[in-house]
Design a protein around this ligand. Structure first.
Ligand code: FAD
Length: 449
């Protein structure tokens, strides 16, 4: 082993970056090797956008990258010009600049030998007697002592009812942030009506084109509004239905947002306390409502969406898309309104998959996840939300055991805790994963000063 062990971190979005920063902050800790296929280190899918309409959906006061330094992001903003707060929400691009700054400072402080940036795709990971071998897309192999999977979310599968010709054509956009829609595209169908839909719709909907958004219930995220910070509440007890009743009771005399925010510190414990049957019931009946009340839009984005809906530039509908067929000059869509029997038809020029976190590991097309599944090193969690992990976020293998030196950080662990998509949740998990790794790996060899 060299003077200090090396940890390979697959994915340099928020999860991977923060895990790396915690590791290299310890002077005796390991070397961190961040592997990122996109070449944009530290921004990930969320914070790479330069669109001024793409605002954070969490207030700046709650976006510090570090759980023990709540003012870190607001102090950073205060020290720097060139941004404007839209009612407490800055652009996601500015947040990306913050993350880039953290990376730059860590490279300066820790030195290029402690924090290595590898622009490549990790396509396979194999345990070895001394640690792990990471196979990279361009053909190289890296020998490391531990690995962290920080690969983001599972991509949603192609929509049921879509013809193979459509899926292979430029009229179907699988990645809503790919920027693949031509600027002069006509009417567009967005599959889904959540935050991803809002992101895409505000750049598209207008007098020049109509945007349709169809999801099972046609629910859209609710807007943020000023809330009072209230004293912590005790952990709620009972089933999902009990929780709903309690929410309704507390939301009655106050703003519902405060009642939802009160639950936030307890989400993981409540989720863990439910039986598998209760978790399934929550996902089937309450999840769509939870999502739109918990994951809210900044007021200015909510206003833009409301204006587009009023102007009928954005048509949000509840229903199911049953057929998507490529036609000579567009896409023929058949969809069934919720509760209706007779399909309706519409014609658009493109279809964008905005179904967000809807992937199932068993169907993941990603080569790394497919290879890890084939080796039995990972398995889907029982609710098919991501990977099955133990209570320290270590992936469980097909036989239910953990593999030494193997960690996962970020939305792939949602099955264990339910909420692991936003910065306030991930920053804590990244710090804890780094602590576990530091405790597990040998410290820097005493001879290497
Ligand atoms: C559009 C959007 C807006 C959001 N807005 C907010 C917000 O305002 N506030 C908030 O708190 N949260 C927000 N979130 C949620 C949250 O901050 C992000 O989901 C979070 O940044 C997730 O980071 P991540 O590193 O886990 O995943 P990602 O950001 O997806 O990063 C994963 C990285 O891994 C790389 N990768 C994957 N596989 C490989 C591989 N095999 N080899 C090499 N590289 C690989 C990918 O290229 C990617 O860069 C938003 C999320 C999205 C998508």
């Amino acid at each position: 082993m060299a003077d200090r062990p090396t940890v390979a971190i697959v994915g340099a979005g928020f999860s991977g970056l923060l895990t790396a920063l915690h590791l290299v902050a310890d002077p005796e800790g390991p070397r961190a090797r961040l592997i990122e296929r996109s070449g944009a280190f530290g921004r990930g899918a969320a914070y790479a956008t330069g669109n001024p309409d793409h605002l954070l959906n969490v207030r700046v006061a709650n976006m510090s990258a570090f759980p023990d330094q709540p003012d870190h992001f607001t102090d950073w903003l205060a020290s720097r010009g060139g941004w404007s707060a839209h009612g407490g929400f800055v652009t996601r691009g500015v947040y990306g600049d913050y993350l880039q700054d953290l990376l730059r400072k860590a490279l300066e402080t820790a030195g290029a030998d402690r924090l290595l940036l590898e622009q490549d795709e990790a396509v396979d990971l194999k345990p070895t007697p001394g640690g792990w071998r990471v196979k990279l897309g361009l053909g190289r192999d890296l020998a490391v002592e531990a690995v962290v999977l920080a690969a983001g979310v599972l991509r949603p599968p192609p929509p049921a009812g879509a013809s193979p010709e459509l899926l292979a054509s430029a009229r179907y956009v699988a990645d809503p942030w790919s920027g693949l829609l031509p600027a002069d595209v006509g009417d567009v169908l967005l599959l889904g009506s959540g935050l991803t839909m809002a992101d895409v719709a505000i750049g598209l909907a207008g007098p020049q084109r109509r945007v349709w958004a169809i999801s099972r219930r046609g629910l859209t995220p609710r807007p943020h509004a000023p809330v009072t910070i209230r004293p912590p509440i005790p952990r709620p007890q009972g089933s999902p239905l009990d929780l709903l009743r309690q929410l309704r009771r507390t939301a009655g005399p106050s703003d519902w947002r405060e009642a939802v925010d009160d639950l936030r510190p307890h989400v993981a414990a409540v989720w863990r306390g439910w039986t598998p049957v209760e978790r399934r019931a929550f996902l089937r009946h309450l999840r769509p409502w939870w999502d739109v009340h918990r994951h809210r839009l900044s007021p200015s984005v909510a206003r833009q969406i409301a204006v587009a809906i009023r102007a009928r530039d954005l048509m949000v509908r509840a229903g199911e898309v049953v057929d998507l067929a490529l036609a000579r000059d567009g896409v023929e869509v058949a969809w069934r309104p919720r509760g209706g029997q007779v399909p309706r038809r519409l014609k658009v020029e493109a279809v964008v998959n905005c179904m967000g976190f809807a992937g199932d590991l068993a169907q993941a097309a990603d080569p790394l996840l497919a290879n890890l599944t084939a080796q039995g090193l990972i398995r889907p969690d029982p609710l098919r939300l991501g990977l099955d992990v133990d209570d320290r976020a270590r992936p469980l293998s097909v036989d239910g055991g953990v593999t030494r030196g193997f960690y996962v950080v970020g939305p792939l662990t949602r099955g264990a805790v339910w909420e692991m998509t936003s910065v306030p949740d991930i920053r804590l998990q990244a710090a804890e994963a780094a602590q576990s790794i530091l405790a597990e790996l040998p410290r820097r060899a005493a001879s290497a000063a």
